[in-house]
Write a protein that binds this ligand. Structure first.
Ligand SMILES: [Zn+2]
Length: 312
């Protein structure tokens, strides 16, 4: 098994189980998880959900065959009303959440996914950019969590048998005093034999292979996905060495936000003059903070052309 090991701390890695039409991906987020969550100061239970959403966005987005964007977005009735995570190829991520802080804190640190989100939906949007059409699939949120909801998306929208596990945790760095940092990780496998295609594996053999891969996959422990001592290659070897597993190169991930003063102005330009005047603060400027990266923009309302735009 020729693995290419690099020292990237944040990456997604594709793999293929030899002799099966089963492919998958592993994601590790360390610096990126810390950067995304550090910008927000959310309660830990919310940070955990955002980290999971981010991991799933990478697992799904890394399959894009073009330079596009994949967005994962929940909407729900509980105290966590919305979680958004997006992946822009090749490997730029960001995420945020909208929630009622008091309600979340009253649920305590061991609140379940169902306690936090209630009921709602998960939308996966793929935007290929340029003039190409966007694709969106929406499924109900599964009470068992975001990974289970994403599995539901593959079952309903794409009809590809899929298994996903994600994990997020605050871990203390060895030998680095009392500080602890966020880490997140995930793994996914898909039964591509279900797609038909050019492979001519008889369906009963493909079915047996998938059952075997799923059974091995089910042994993945949450800690294995976030523990820095467990390299992705080691995890893949533990799971699938009997069948043989080919792991591809690490694809690096980084935090990035697309916000800019121009984008904020473009959003504000859709407001009426009256709505704008309500937003003006004591210094005569309009303040707007990006929910993804917490950058604050100060916009001079005189620079906006609301109500003055010529009709086309
Ligand atoms: Zn931003």
């Amino acid at each position: 098994m020729g693995f290419e090991v690099t020292d990237t701390t944040d990456f997604v890695q594709s793999f293929q189980i030899e002799g099966m039409n089963v492919r998958g991906r592993v994601v590790h987020l360390t610096d990126v998880a810390e950067r995304v969550l550090g910008a927000h100061g959310y309660p830990d239970v919310v940070s955990g959900l955002v980290a999971e959403a981010l991991t799933i966005a990478v697992l799904l987005g890394a399959s894009l065959k073009f330079n596009g964007m994949l967005t994962l977005q929940t909407r729900s009735t509980g105290s966590v009303r919305m979680i958004v995570a997006d992946y822009t190829s090749p490997g730029i991520v960001r995420a945020c959440a909208t929630f009622d802080r008091e309600a979340v804190e009253s649920l305590g640190p061991s609140a379940s996914f169902e306690d936090l989100v209630g009921t709602g939906s998960l939308a996966i949007t793929i935007d290929p950019g340029e003039d190409m059409e966007r694709y969106q699939g929406v499924v109900p949120l599964d009470e068992d969590g975001l990974a289970q909801s994403a599995i539901g998306y593959f079952e309903r929208s794409e009809q590809i048998p899929t298994a996903i596990k994600v994990s997020a945790a605050m871990l203390s760095e060895r030998g680095q005093g009392t500080g602890s940092t966020w880490r997140a990780g995930g793994i996914m496998i898909q039964n591509l034999a279900a797609l038909g295609g050019t492979q001519t594996v008889p369906s009963d053999i493909a079915e047996e292979a998938w059952t075997r891969a799923s059974t091995l996959f089910a042994t993945v422990d949450g800690l294995e996905l976030v523990d820095p001592q467990v390299e992705s290659e080691r995890l893949l070897y533990r799971l699938f060495h009997e069948d043989g597993v080919r792991a591809f190169a690490h694809q690096p991930l980084e935090f990035g936000c697309r916000c800019s003063a121009e984008r904020v102005m473009s959003v504000l330009s859709r407001y009426s003059r009256e709505e704008l005047s309500d937003l003006v603060e004591s210094d005569g400027m309009i303040g707007a903070t990006c929910e993804f990266c917490s950058t604050t923009y100060r916009i001079n309302p005189d620079d906006l052309t609301n109500g003055e735009a010529a009709t086309p």
